[in-house]
Design a protein around this ligand. Structure first.
Ligand code: DC
Length: 226
């Protein structure tokens, strides 16, 4: 049984594997805070889209990225993101930002700034941190490490339906291709590539409903407490 320190659960996996849904539900059930590191990289992508020309100069990148801050929310478990003191969480889920986040996440200086922000989230009784390198690079000391995956077909359909329900004009074929491109980029990049962390539990979410996955993880959590 842990005492006096923050219990950390990392959830890594490919885009659209269900990390966000699972992390939200787990954070609520356990009363832990939630760090969605993909959202943090999206905020860097947001900054990049606004000032592409400045991204050729490493000092300017650092200056711009240092205007990204995170804070606890009064209304939810999830850390909120601001740029230049303005909340930007609601602006980060477009295909354009998905692509620019994938570009900037390969810049070492960006990852260095993100690492510092992510470490600040370790406080309180527990933290759920999801992304690509949570269990490998950011929180290798985590108490419970999970790796979630699902087939590309299933992930593309899920993401397509999510974007459609928000009124985005997208085709299934383009969503599929974009996810495929991001998988390649996330797994083949030289810096912090997506991989299964040592000692991680692997969960295939293709045929499981979110509730069943959350129950499975809560079970694993209980086992680590004994
Ligand atoms: O999970 P997501 O689609 O919101 O992530 C957006 C992008 O950020 C994705 O291209 C991968 C990148 N990312 C990363 O490089 N490292 C993380 N820990 C999380 C996300």
């Amino acid at each position: 049984m842990k005492s006096n320190s923050t219990y950390i659960i990392t959830i890594d996996g490919t885009s659209g594997s269900g990390k966000t849904t699972i992390s939200n539900a787990l954070a609520k059930k356990l009363g832990f805070s939630l760090l969605d590191s993909g959202k943090l990289y999206r905020s860097a992508g947001f900054v990049y889209l606004q000032s592409k020309e400045s991204f050729s100069d490493l000092n300017t990148i650092k200056d711009l990225i240092s205007k990204i801050t995170i804070s606890s929310s009064k209304d939810s478990n999830e850390f909120e993101i601001s740029f230049d003191n303005k909340k930007i969480d609601h602006l980060l889920y477009t295909e354009e930002i998905s692509e620019s986040a994938s570009i900037v996440s390969k810049i070492p200086e960006v990852r260095e700034c993100m690492l510092k922000l992510q470490k600040l989230c370790v406080k309180g009784k527990g933290l759920i941190a999801n992304g690509r390198d949570m269990g490998t690079e950011v929180f290798p000391e985590a108490d419970l490490k999970l790796y979630v995956s699902a087939s590309l077909d299933i992930r593309a359909r899920r993401r397509y339906e999510e974007l459609k329900s928000k009124g985005d004009d997208v085709s299934l074929k383009n969503v599929y291709k974009s996810l495929q491109k991001r998988d390649e980029s996330d797994t083949n990049r030289s810096i912090s590539p997506l991989r299964v962390p040592d000692n991680a539990q692997i969960i295939d979410t293709s045929d499981l409903k979110p509730d069943a996955i959350v129950d499975k993880i809560l079970n694993l959590y209980t086992i680590t407490q004994n």
